[in-house]
Design a binder for this molecule. Structure first.
Ligand code: ADP
Ligand code: ZN
Length: 629
């Protein structure tokens, strides 16, 4: 058998490679520089960890965040692989001790912070050790184009130049834009690398957009169903984080919070509460999440629309890393666009940028915000929209997003369109969406009076339509090029060639509108992974579904409790003991022998030796009790 598969089974308990892993590990083992671009949760770590085990010397993994290193190192040690990290969370004494163990060759894999690389102490070690591979995690941090540029990443090249023999270099990221990929290859000087971009689709994630009148109510509703699960709620500002966290707390939801305004100590505590499932729900700004490997996050709710699709997909992608179903909901409101615009216009924090570049950056950011906003208004498959954004083609129908599950009907919006476009034309193409919508709706605002829009021919011509619907149609018109939205600080609506076809009555505009919003959606996400898996299995085995479901729920909770006890004893997060997926499989197959245990996904040799007995004991007890009842 392929040596790699043997190791995959032995240490990680998995039977097969996932997409990309075979090619990427193969390339590294051939001695070729390698760049892997895979979405969050796709399994990048295995791609360098397996070769690291097979290569003769040691592997250095460069990683940007302390929490990320800590998590990955404990996962490895749990699996029976000797690994360590070297970063500023260690005291000087601990650091020296770890380094001396490293010199003795105790570790196969060492995680190191980039700023440590060219320190004297570390170089002294590195120059006298056989380093077979340097692997750069979150490699987009070398690029100024990315969102997380880290100057310390530039030290990697300096470090490589100092080594007597150049090790094979591998790099990984979830960011797929062309500029970033080119930057990584150029800056890290990858030599004729194998570049593998795997599919960006995350089939186990359900996507939805909602526009509730009262966001907090909507959130509260979800929390009633899911407060015993782990999830992340993203907000745009610190203030909103505080507010939402407070209110959920008062509702008895086990939440904690994270944003840049908290002290280091509090951020650390809160993050750990979340990781260890003491407070399974995190309310946070986008400052939270990079390096969070928690595999059992079952939902990510965006309380506000983020600034672009890249951020959205990255944040939403923190759900369902274990491959079990999870859901991602975006709660949209018009105010979110305004807040994001404000951030873009006031973003002067990169002082190194000259005015020209700054202008270009802002333009790019506005364009990205526009595409994010369209996501909230499209009636097409949401997954498709995201995949197309990243340059992939979907199937137009995924069956697992709010649009695919909503029944639409075709609606003739020609009349509304004529009036909206007419209003833009009549006001000499000087205003943005807000003014146009307010005008046709006939709102009485000081701004409209000031612009004399209350004298516009179309003022109040669509007073009976809901403002939401007017925005929806207007967005559709922009999306389909019937109008053009400029890319400036204050975006203005302009006419296009296609506008005239509508104004002259030559074009009918038919749009898909939701019949009844969100019918079966909640039902759909409500099913826990356990129930779904149980149903599937029941169909296969012909077991009565009812009993099966009820019974398993109890066992699942028992095993969860056991996992949590072990996690406490070992002082590691529960999901590092076993993932949710592994617990699920244990419930379904109730293995009672070593062989059966080892056939469960996520149980390798080492973990079996450590925990196998205790889990079998629990299953056995449960089974006996069920039979006597
Ligand atoms: P990424 O770094 O790409 O976001 P991770 O490396 O953290 O993703 O992997 C995500 C999850 O998928 C982890 O729980 C990991 O154990 C699991 N995983 C990785 N490879 C496989 C595989 N071949 N089979 C099953 N699960 C896997
Ligand atoms: Zn879909």
């Amino acid at each position: 058998m392929d040596e790699r598969i043997k190791l995959l089974k032995k240490y990680f308990g998995y039977d097969d490679f996932r997409e990309g892993q075979e090619e990427l590990t193969g390339s590294i083992l051939n001695g070729t520089d390698t760049l892997g671009i895979m979405p969050t949760g796709a399994g990048k770590s295995i791609c360098f960890q397996i070769p690291a085990l097979l290569l003769e010397g040691i592997t250095l993994v460069i990683s940007p965040l302390i929490s990320l290193m800590k998590d990955q190192v404990s996962t490895l040690n749990q699996a029976g692989i000797h690994a360590a990290f070297l970063n500023s969370s260690l005291t000087a004494g601990q650091y020296r001790l770890a380094l001396s163990y490293a010199k003795e060759g105790r570790y196969k894999i060492i995680y190191v912070a980039p700023e440590r690389l060219i320190t004297e102490e570390f170089l002294e070690f590195a120059l006298n050790t056989r380093i077979s591979m340097v692997s750069v995690d979150e490699a987009h941090c070398v690029s100024q184009w990315g969102q997380d540029f880290r100057p310390s990443y530039l030290k990697i090249v300096e470090f490589l130049d100092r080594l007597p023999v150049r090790p094979v270099l591998s790099a990984f990221t979830a960011t797929a834009t062309r500029e970033v990929i080119e930057d990584i290859i150029r800056i890290l000087r990858l030599k004729a690398p194998t570049v593998k971009v795997t599919g960006f689709d995350r089939k186990n994630l359900y996507f939805a957009v909602e526009t509730p009148k009262d966001k907090f109510e909507a959130l509260k509703n979800y929390m009633q169903d899911y407060k015993d699960q782990s999830g992340i709620i993203y907000c745009l500002t610190r203030k909103v984080v505080e507010e939402v966290c407070d209110r959920l707390n008062r509702e008895g939801v086990p939440v904690t919070r994270y944003h840049a305004g908290l002290s280091d100590a509090e951020r650390k505590t809160n993050q750990e509460d979340f990781i260890y499932d003491r407070k399974p729900i995190m309310v946070a700004t986008n400052a939270f999440g990079m390096g969070i490997d928690k595999s059992n996050v079952r939902f990510v709710i965006h309380y506000n629309m983020p600034k672009n699709i890249e951020s959205y997909y990255q944040e939403a992608g923190r759900a369902g890393r274990d491959g079990e179903s999870a859901f991602c909901i975006l709660l949209y409101s018009g105010q979110d666009v305004i807040t994001n615009q404000f951030f873009i216009e006031n973003n002067n924090d990169n002082e190194e940028l000259d005015p020209e570049t700054l202008k270009a950056v802002k333009e790019r950011d506005r364009e990205r915000l526009k595409k994010m906003t369209f996501y909230c208004f499209t009636n097409e498959c949401l997954r498709d929209y995201i995949l197309r954004y990243f340059g992939e083609y979907g199937t137009n129908y995924c069956g697992n997003c709010s649009n695919c599950l909503t029944q639409f009907e075709e609606s003739d919006v020609t009349d509304i369109s004529m009036k909206l476009i007419g209003c833009v034309s009549q006001s000499r193409q000087r205003y943005g969406m807000g003014v146009i919508v307010d005008t046709v709706h006939g709102n009485k605002t000081a701004k409209l009076r000031q612009y004399h829009m209350d004298e516009n021919e179309f003022y109040g011509s669509l007073a009976k339509e809901a403002v939401y619907r007017l925005r929806q149609v207007l967005n559709y018109l922009v999306l389909e090029d019937y109008l053009f939205l400029t890319n400036e600080e204050y975006s203005i609506l302009k006419l296009t060639d296609k506008s005239w076809e509508v104004l002259e009555g030559k074009k009918e505009i038919i749009m898909k509108l939701a019949k009844e919003r969100e019918i079966s959606k909640k039902e759909k996400v409500k099913k826990s992974g356990l129930k779904k898996a149980a149903e599937k299995d029941a169909r296969k085995t012909g077991n009565g579904k009812q009993n099966y479901e009820e019974a398993d729920e109890v066992l699942f909770e028992l095993l969860r409790k056991l996992r949590s006890d072990i996690a406490k004893e070992e002082k590691i997060p529960p999901y590092i003991v076993f993932s949710d997926k592994t617990l699920l499989e244990l419930c379904l197959h109730m293995p009672l022998s070593e062989e059966d245990m080892l056939s469960i996904s996520g149980i390798g040799r080492f973990k079996y030796d450590k925990y196998g007995e205790r889990f079998m004991e629990a299953i056995k007890e449960y089974k006996e009790k069920a039979e006597t009842d």
